[in-house]
Ligand binder design. Sequence first.
Ligand code: SAH
Length: 345
Amino acid sequence: MNKQELITWLRETDSSALETLWERADETRKANVGDEVHLRGLIEISNYCCRLCGYCGLRAGNKGIERYRMSSDEILACAHQAVEFGYGTVVMQAGEDYGIETQWLGDVVRAIKRETPLAVTLSLGERPDEDLIAWREAGANRYLLRFETSDSELYDLIHPAHGSRVSDRIAMLKRLRELGYEAGSGVMVGIPGQTYENLADDILTFASLDLDMIGIGPYLSHPETPLGQAQWVRQIEPADQVPDTEVMTYKAVALTRLMCPQANIPSTTALATINKAQGRELGLMRGANIVMPNLTPTKYRALYEIYPAKACVDETAAQCRGCLHARIHSIGRTVGHGPGGRKRN
Ligand code: SAH
């Protein structure tokens, strides 16, 4: 599909046309990555952050939240729980927190690799090259870093630079690949100032980077952020603004599956947040093949508030596991075994 075709689909509102899109995405998913849904246990290891991303509740400027950083023993306990629950991967995610020291995290990764068969995914922001090298040497397998938007003007507006360092997430994704990581990225749907053309370019960028993992969720406004304030505007034609809706997110997920048939695509927590009853399932039925159950200890969960009213904040890890198994089986899919890495023909 070219850009114009993508834009036409993104603007499509006819429900029978959209049914065809969902079916095509589901068939493509089944033919390329099968019926197994892989579970990635998410451990939100710290909510400290030195960055000022315009949309994120963890931003350094938000003085209203209590900050935490998990200990290595707490993280290892979560990893062992992941094994008990039958998950093949743990994802350690955090704000960009330099209190997470290079050596310390390397030791945590090494301990997980020594004590468990898990694949290890990191999602720790724009860390310098030496950190990425050290963690890869320690055994980390994958890294998630959403580029959030392929429009450089919008990107710069919502990602203030960190000191003198240039923020270039696309370059970092390429570097992660060179270092032998599986590289994951993604975007939010409906960021204020995001146009249909921007979102079509995002999907083309996923394909051109040949990403291994692609996470797409709706933008959810957080009141303690600049983008959550009424006065924040990027001047675009109102008719060009992508709405931050559930259906627009499914369109982006389905089109991404068609453009990147073999990628691992999660049905995201943000999607589950805007439709708590069915968002996860509908994502899985419209292109996605991955779910990320939360393993973060309950006492920290509510503090990892990237956006408000996040799904599953009150549940224990065991409840998340039970709930997701039931949801996966209810739509005739199976739970995947093993690390569930990127398939390549
Ligand atoms: N510090 C890490 C992890 C960020 S949280 C990093 O920078 O990569 C993971 C993802 O949550 C972000 O990449 C972003 O796409 C999403 N996110 C953050 N704030 C959000 C919001 N208000 N609404 C929806 N998604 C949000």
